[in-house]
Design a protein around this ligand. Structure first.
Ligand SMILES: [Fe+2]
Length: 306
């Protein structure tokens, strides 16, 4: 809201965002507040933006959020302590300048967290009930690139070639989820992020396995394709065996990236779970999760990740 005030005071005519998901989403927020003259929280939900924002140019410095190509803006409502989602084609940026060089300035934690965020984007877009043959191509190529190159970029942070592959993976994930939307991991991570401002990608990484465990039975063939794309041996075609192998591969990936905690280690306690589930059930990302959870299902998934 301060940014929108400054924009008007200085007579600006465009916004340039440099950074990760937070500054880019802030820039999207400034744009729609300026053009619609409404409070930022009034845009919560899907398609609640009437007038498009002024031109927005993005220069992403992480390979994770894909905010530079997405129709999403995640804004922290500090009063309700929840991260709200604003979803509208009117906030898709006009130009995105994707260059891997700025990624070499990321710390190893940010590389790991933002990279896992991108992987969750492509997995959730692929199993989304709004997926399509076009988003499937983007999501699977993204899964292939990120699962193969994120560990290499993590261990070789100055290698432009590896950074380029993770940036391309993140970009493709963004194109996929901007059309197919996301799922329960993101709904639950938004709720966690609002409660205690934990890193978004880390929350996703810690919830992903529990959500797959819950979702698997409604689309085992989709998860088998994800496993194959990650080079997991699926020759048995036994769904239960493939599920366990996929969960083990994801656990090994995040362990290699130094994400070894559980939600409990990050300060989340059993007493928080009812509130977390109540806010996650209202998140618009849940609408495209392949299995429709109840509040008690969400509580159970949070408990599984504690
Ligand atoms: Fe995300």
């Amino acid at each position: 809201m301060n940014g929108a005030e400054l924009y008007k005071k200085k007579g600006c005519d465009a916004v340039i965002a440099v950074g990760g998901g937070s500054p880019i989403d802030c820039a999207k927020g400034i744009g729609i507040v300026v053009s619609n003259e409404q409070h930022i929280l009034e845009f919560e939900g899907v398609d609640n933006v009437s007038i498009p924002a002024p031109p927005l140019i993005c220069i992403p410095t992480t390979s994770g959020s894909a905010a530079d190509v997405s129709q999403f803006a995640i804004i922290n409502d500090t009063k309700r302590k929840v991260k709200i989602a604003i979803i509208s084609k009117k906030i898709v940026p006009d130009i995105s300048l994707c260059d891997p060089v700025p990624l070499t300035s990321l710390t190893s934690d940010l590389t790991a967290h933002t990279g896992m965020d991108a992987l969750v984007h492509s997995i959730e877009a692929y199993v989304s009930n709004a997926s399509s043959p076009v988003t499937d191509i983007q999501a699977l190529e993204s899964i292939r690139l990120i699962s193969a190159y994120l560990p290499l970029a993590y261990h070789n942070p100055d290698h432009i070639g590896y950074r380029y592959k993770t940036m391309l993976g993140s970009l493709l994930a963004g194109l996929a989820f901007s059309n197919a939307s996301l799922g329960a991991v993101h709904a639950m991570a938004h709720s966690l992020g609002g409660l205690s401002d934990l890193p978004h990608g880390e929350c996703n990484a810690l919830l992903l396995e529990s959500v797959i465990d819950y979702n698997f039975e409604v689309c085992p063939e989709r998860y088998e394709t994800i496993a194959q794309t990650m080079n997991v041996d699926c020759s048995s075609h036994d769904p239960q065996e493939i599920k366990q192998k996929l969960l083990s591969a994801l656990q090994a990936l995040r362990t290699e990236l130094g994400i070894t905690e559980r939600l409990g280690d990050l300060g989340v306690s059993r007493e928080n779970i009812a509130d977390l589930a109540k806010s996650a059930i209202r998140d618009p990302c849940l609408a495209t999760n392949p299995r429709k959870p109840t509040v008690s299902d969400l509580e159970h998934i949070y408990e599984g990740a504690l």
